[in-house]
Design a protein around this ligand. Structure first.
Ligand code: QAP
Ligand code: CO
Length: 177
């Protein structure tokens, strides 16, 4: 199988609006398996196809402790939202940053599974947050878009620096204390 490259904020490709999947076939199922492999390896609890530069409406989630409850959503639609809840969110495309984000507390989502069969799921807690976060990706939206421009720009500049200089900056210029 294949570990896919994950795009990082502020990569413009993350802003692409994904289009509906019209055919759920074996090629797609191979890609879905690679998305799960990429998410589990990261490790993460959710990955949208947009994050691996595939701009179709597909996302994978597993919020279980033991990585044994894989969920695949194709062409997901939220049909009901209720309540408001704040959760600390992160994102594989915004590594190292975590912020409190307001979302609906419980949702109902309709989607196709990996066999192209329609299903409906009503849920709350982390799964509901994760579904909303991943659907945002399919619409070209990131959790940092909910932050103030000041916070978002700070995160952007830090990630741009890491992209340019590499992830570690351990050299000391002054005296070691
Ligand atoms: C979305 O995010 C999510 O910064 C999934 O260094 C997250 O799997 C929804 C990750 C939290 C709701 C709550 C992030 C891994 C994983 C990082 C993820 C990192 C390594 C994020
Ligand atoms: Co994300």
């Amino acid at each position: 199988m294949t570990i896919l490259d994950i795009l990082r904020f502020p990569d413009k490709r993350l802003r692409t609006k994904a289009t509906d999947i019209t055919d759920v076939n074996d090629d797609l199922r191979i890609f879905i398996a690679s998305m799960f492999e990429t998410m589990y390896a990261a490790p993460g609890i959710g990955l949208a196809a947009s994050q691996v530069n595939f701009h179709k409406r597909l996302m994978v989630i597993d919020v279980s402790e033991n990585n044994d409850e894989p969920l695949c959503f194709i062409n997901p639609i939220i049909t009901h939202k209720e309540g408001v809840e704040v959760t600390q969110e992160g994102c594989l495309s915004v590594p190292g940053f975590y912020e409190d984000i307001e979302r609906a507390e419980t949702i109902t989502v309709k989607a196709l599974d990996k066999n192209g069969e329609p299903f409906e799921l009503s849920t709350g807690d982390l799964l509901a947050v994760c579904i909303q976060h991943e659907i945002d990706h399919l619409d070209g939206k990131l959790f940092v878009d909910y932050l103030s421009p000041l916070k978002r720009n700070r995160i952007r500049k830090k990630l741009e620096r890491i992209e340019k200089d590499g992830p570690v900056q351990t050299s000391q210029t002054g005296p070691t204390l």
